[in-house]
Design a protein around this ligand. Structure first.
Ligand code: NAD
Length: 275
């Protein structure tokens, strides 16, 4: 028996990158997936690929920052498949600028997609999941390990992703009685179009950047969409029946390496200076 047989799920930002990886894995486990994204052409391509593999998928245009657009996506799930069981709030945008150079409009755009998108997704999906009675539902929100190791230029991104964790925990408390579990995943660097954007910000080729970033990771490599997808599958399936309000870091040990080794380096320098 497949782990998500008959489950209906909406995955935001799944026309490409991590979201597409999640959609492919969940569809392979028997879920009926709705590819919900602003990118139509790529979304339809993803649907074709999933159906060619024997999965069930459809595309719905969704701007996660728009409440009306969300209601349309949930209505689509009910009309096409009769229910909604799983929501993966994956859509997000990267943005890098020092605080004093950032306009309020730029700050608000990051918040609108990365944080309002998660709030709206939960707000519009929970009523549909409540109709599942004791079967409830599962919501997985994608944050970022930048929350633990913030960098220059990341004020809006880190603030939005920290907010995702707060909303997750409150939603877990509010909807536990409806058998709806809500959890957060913190990915580290993952090789996707968003990662390509980071490479160009640093003026580096992708190969250079992959090698630099791999050195910051305990497991010595940058992540792949499937690494995150496997964690989503766990949190979306019955395997995590007793897990809600939790935070799962999926970064190959990057946060540990950066905090532990940075400290060790400082200590070593201090010790060397003392002699
Ligand atoms: P990506 O840019 O490759 O893909 C993001 C997808 O979201 C795209 O298909 C895009 O069209 C869609 N999208 C953007 N704005 C949208 C909107 N308003 N409404 C609906 N869809 C929208 O990014 P990715 O690397 O696959 O990232 C996926 C998630 O993982 C994001 O939330 C990101 O912040 C997070 N994340 C990524 C990394 C990484 O290194 N790639 C690391 C940590 C966290």
């Amino acid at each position: 028996m497949k782990r998500l047989q008959g489950k209906v799920c909406i995955i935001t930002g799944s026309s490409g990158g991590i979201g597409k990886g999640i959609a492919e894995l969940l569809a392979g486990e028997g879920a009926k997936v709705i590819i919900a994204d602003i990118l139509e052409e790529k979304g339809h391509e993803a649907v074709k690929e999933i159906t060619a593999q024997g999965g069930t998928a459809s595309f719905r245009k969704l701007d996660v920052s728009d409440g009306e657009s969300w209601q349309g996506a949930v209505d689509h799930a009910i009309a096409a498949y009769g229910r909604l069981d799983i929501l993966v709030n994956n859509a997000g945008i990267a943005f890098s600028k020092p605080i004093i150079d950032m306009s309020l409009q730029e700050w608000r755009r990051v918040m609108a997609v990365n944080l309002d998108g998660v709030f709206l997704g939960i707000k519009h999906s929970v009523p549909a999941m409540k109709r599942n009675g004791a079967q409830g539902g599962a919501i997985v929100n994608i944050s970022s390990n930048y929350v633990f190791v913030p960098g220059k230029g990341q004020a809006a991104y880190c603030a939005s992703k920290s907010g995702v964790n707060a909303v997750t925990k409150v939603a877990a408390i509010e909807y536990a009685h409806d058998h709806i579990r809500v959890n957060t995943i913190y990915p580290g660097f993952v090789d996707t179009p968003m990662f390509d954007q980071v490479c160009s910000q640093f003026g580096k080729s992708k190969e250079e950047m992959l090698s630099i970033m791999a050195r910051t990771v305990l497991l010595n490599r940058v992540g792949k969409p499937i690494d995150i997808a496997r964690a989503v599958l766990f949190l979306a399936s019955e395997d995590s029946d007793f897990v809600t309000g939790a935070e799962l870091t999926v970064d190959g040990g990057e946060v540990i390496k950066r905090t532990f080794y940075d400290d060790m380096e400082k200590l070593a320098k201090e010790a060397a200076g003392a002699h």
